[in-house]
Write a protein of this length. Structure first.
Length: 372
């Protein structure tokens, strides 16, 4: 069975004709992969920079610096090659983005220009390199027996699976992984002391583990078991474990502190499981670059190419002040699905945790397409 790593190359069909400004035009983004071509449709409306709220008030020079940093990864895509080369010689962000990009406003399949913007952060966990009574929850590396294959049996499992008796089958679910701690295919990076914090690490995709001697280990997303992500919030609401007012990272953790016997019941409704790798730097997104607090987004890559500049209009979840700034799509997430859907990266520390855990704001998004 031939295995392959998917390599995304993006090509874009632009608009022809526009009968009036409010007409929503449809384009197709074609993603070319090694083994197949997958088509996804996106709805965008041609606009101009002057119609984007807060564009000229943003720190566009800083946005350019972030774009340059992320270009070191995104330039491997033909789609961004030329524009990334130009960026390295520019210092005036306003001039660079206006001259080299065309903005398009995003709409969803129901022709709405508003979506949901949530937040994520880089969590800090406490751990040990050896298993103890306190530190007993493993942070796993990529399994030795995890494969990526184009076999039809894995179509619904993100092409992830394993071989059992010469047959390809889906990889283990979260519950199955948890039930088999002595699996020889699973190597441990470290053991941590809080199971819900570990689950949060899975959701966030990267974080830091502080050992007893004070040393910090940076861990980043390595792979996923292929099973779809299922949020635990709806289940907890239906069971009456939390109220809507308590529905936040903080509120859920408080429930588990008071009801530790419920944690496996709740977490195992989500079959998805994340495996990690040790990284030299801080949190890195799916693009491969180190994430920049308040300037990087996780998006649905079926609609927004990684490396794409995205202007965001939303609100701070705590202060309710407007957030109008140019971001770069540098990450993906299992729960991030849809045209106008993004996770705002708040960074590391208590403030980031507070904002990310409470963020569920309406937002509008504009993508900046490189001009031909």
């Amino acid at each position: 069975m031939k295995n392959s790593v998917l390599i995304l190359l993006f090509s874009t069909f632009l608009f022809f004709g526009c009968s009036n400004k409010n007409e929503i035009k449809k384009i197709e983004l074609i993603e070319k992969v090694d083994l197949e071509k997958k088509e996804a449709s996106n709805r965008m409306e041609l606009t101009n920079f002057y119609d984007i709220e807060g564009f000229f008030e943003d720190d566009l020079n800083y946005a350019l610096d972030v774009f340059k940093k992320d270009c070191k990864r995104s330039k491997r895509y033909v789609f961004f090659k030329d524009i990334c080369h130009k960026a390295q010689f520019e210092t005036d962000g306003r001039k660079f983005f206006i001259i080299n990009f065309q903005p398009y406003k995003l709409y969803d399949s129901k022709s709405s220009d508003e979506g949901i913007i949530t937040g994520y952060y880089e969590p800090l966990l406490y751990g040990s390199l050896t298993k103890t009574k306190r530190y007993k929850y493993p942070v796993y590396k990529i399994p030795k027996n995890l494969i990526i294959s184009d076999d039809a049996k894995l179509k619904d499992y993100k092409l992830r699976g394993k071989i059992i008796e010469n047959k390809i089958v889906p990889y283990d679910t979260r519950a199955q992984i948890e039930a088999n701690p002595n699996n020889p295919n699973l190597e441990v990076i470290a053991y941590v002391d809080d199971k819900y914090d570990l689950f949060s690490l899975h959701v966030q995709g990267s974080g830091k583990i502080q050992l007893e001697n004070g040393k910090i280990i940076n861990v980043g997303y390595g792979q996923q078991n292929g099973w779809p992500f299922t949020g635990i919030g709806t289940y907890m609401l239906e069971k009456g474990y939390v109220t809507r007012n308590e529905m936040s990272i903080q509120g859920i953790k408080n429930f588990f502190i008071k009801n530790p016997s419920k944690i496996d019941e709740v977490l195992n409704i989500n079959d998805s499981y994340i495996f990690f790798r040790i990284s030299k730097d801080g949190a890195a997104g799916s693009l491969g670059s180190v994430l920049t607090a308040k300037r990087n987004l996780a998006v649905d890559s079926d609609f927004i190419a990684l490396g794409m500049p995205v202007f965001l209009n939303t609100k701070n979840p705590v202060t309710k002040q407007s957030i109008n700034q140019l971001m770069v799509a540098a990450d993906v997430g299992g729960a991030i699905k849809g045209e106008i859907r993004a996770d705002f990266f708040w960074g590391f520390g208590p403030e980031a945790f507070d904002y990310a855990g409470r963020m569920k704001e309406k937002g509008k998004m504009y993508i900046l397409m490189p001009k031909k």
